[in-house]
Ligand binder design. Structure first.
Ligand SMILES: Cc1cc2nc3c(=O)[nH]c(=O)nc-3n(C[C@H](O)[C@H](O)[C@H](O)COP(=O)(O)O)c2cc1C
Length: 362
């Protein structure tokens, strides 16, 4: 069995105005939503309802929807309505909106609030060419006046707290996250998340957790540090370097939806739960798989689930130091859910682990 990183003492960052080990408070007017300081990052095509449910069931803090394009939400585009689906058990959660025109931000925010969203997050961090080319996502970090127009439009449309997710800036010569954060706070934004890379880095290099301290020092609202946080040690280091009030985890939860609960436990000063054993993993995966088939329908569900199943196998391989490459690629080509279930049962069995270990030795 693979055990998690050992418990470490939390370093005491400067200027902390919110308790690090306790909840982060998302406050707007009389509304005060206390959220555990370990957030699941929004990831398009990944953090859909079945995955968020799986992560929540393991014990995460706040979860955030996939990015929803405002115009598509207003026009009730079918694919977007699927992305926008939520369930009561995950509340309070944040619904993330992306847009470039105040009109669409206003209408979409009203729809999200009307459908029960308790927090609305604005995306100013997406680096994708398609999004940036449409002048939304991280392109807004090149035009802070326009970014503020969108923030004002969203805040003016709803009563629920509005939060903001950004990068450190557009490129290394324009790392203006502290300025955007300060202006967003003055406008009324309740919490800020910073992915410690510039837009031009996309996902290369390392997230600069220390730079996030400049954002933390620029505002009084809670700041969440994001980027490359995959283990409890990463979370402690990111908090110590940034002074942030919480962490957001994205890719580190792929194939390991229990990771957020481990980090949460560690940050609270408790012992870190072990990774699930093989049998427990299988139960989690099968439940996630069934939820995907139900959410997307069988044909689409089988295809959408493949990347998750591959990540589950990869985490299992990593923990047991074994290779299951051919079993994984066979499973990811299967079209019949009954075959996939049988393949999962075969891969996630103590016998398969023992055989793979023997093959390594031979
Ligand atoms: C496949 C993928 C999809 C993403 N989609 C979104 C998104 O919809 N909205 C957003 O704000 N960030 C999105 N991100 C960025 C993540 O939220 C996060 O900021 C980034 O992955 C860094 O965190 P990590 O190192 O913990 O993964 C996405 C990232 C990935 C890898």
């Amino acid at each position: 069995m693979c055990t998690s990183s050992k418990q470490k003492e939390m370093s005491g960052p400067r200027g902390v105005k919110y308790p690090l080990r306790g909840a982060a408070h998302v406050v707007r007017g009389a509304t005060d939503i206390a959220v555990e300081p370990v957030f699941l990052a929004p990831m398009s095509g990944i953090t859909d309802l079945p995955f968020r449910r799986t992560v929540r069931a393991q014990g995460a803090g706040l979860v955030v929807s996939e990015m929803i394009a405002c115009e598509d939400l207003v026009n009730e585009k079918e694919e977007v309505m699927l992305r926008a689906r939520r369930e009561a058990a995950e509340e309070p959660m944040a619904v993330q909106l992306a847009g470039r025109e105040p009109h669409w931000m206003t209408e979409a925010a009203k729809i999200a609030e009307g459908s029960g969203a308790r927090i609305i997050d604005i995306n100013m961090g997406c680096p994708a060419k398609k999004v940036v080319g449409g002048l939304s996502g991280s392109a807004l970090m090149r035009d802070l006046d326009h970014a503020l127009t969108l923030i004002d439009a969203t805040l003016g449309a709803v009563d629920v707290p509005v939060t903001l997710k950004m990068r450190t800036g557009w490129d290394k010569d324009c790392r203006n996250a502290p300025e955007l954060a300060a202006r967003a706070e003055s406008a009324g934004v309740s919490l800020i998340t910073v992915h410690g890379r510039t837009r031009n880095q996309f996902y290369t290099g390392r997230a600069d957790w220390a730079f996030v301290r400049q954002v933390k020092d620029a505002v009084n609202v809670p700041v969440i540090v994001n980027g490359d946080i995959c283990t409890t040690d990463d979370a402690h280091a990111a908090l110590a370097q940034s002074g942030a009030d919480g962490v957001m985890v994205g890719r580190g939860a792929q194939g390991a939806p229990w990771r957020l609960a481990q980090i949460k436990s560690s940050l609270a000063g408790h012992s870190v739960p072990d990774d699930p054993d093989t049998e427990q993993r299988l139960d989690i995966i099968l439940e996630h798989y069934e939820a995907m088939l139900e959410h997307y329908g069988e044909a689409l569900g089988v295809r959408c689930a493949r990347k998750h199943l591959a990540w589950y196998v990869e985490d299992h391989e990593r923990c047991n130091k074994i290779s299951l490459r051919s079993a994984k690629s066979d499973m990811c080509r299967m079209g019949d859910p009954a075959d996939v279930r049988a393949a999962l049962k075969s891969i996630f069995s103590d016998d398969a682990v023992a055989v793979a270990v023997q093959e390594q030795v031979a």
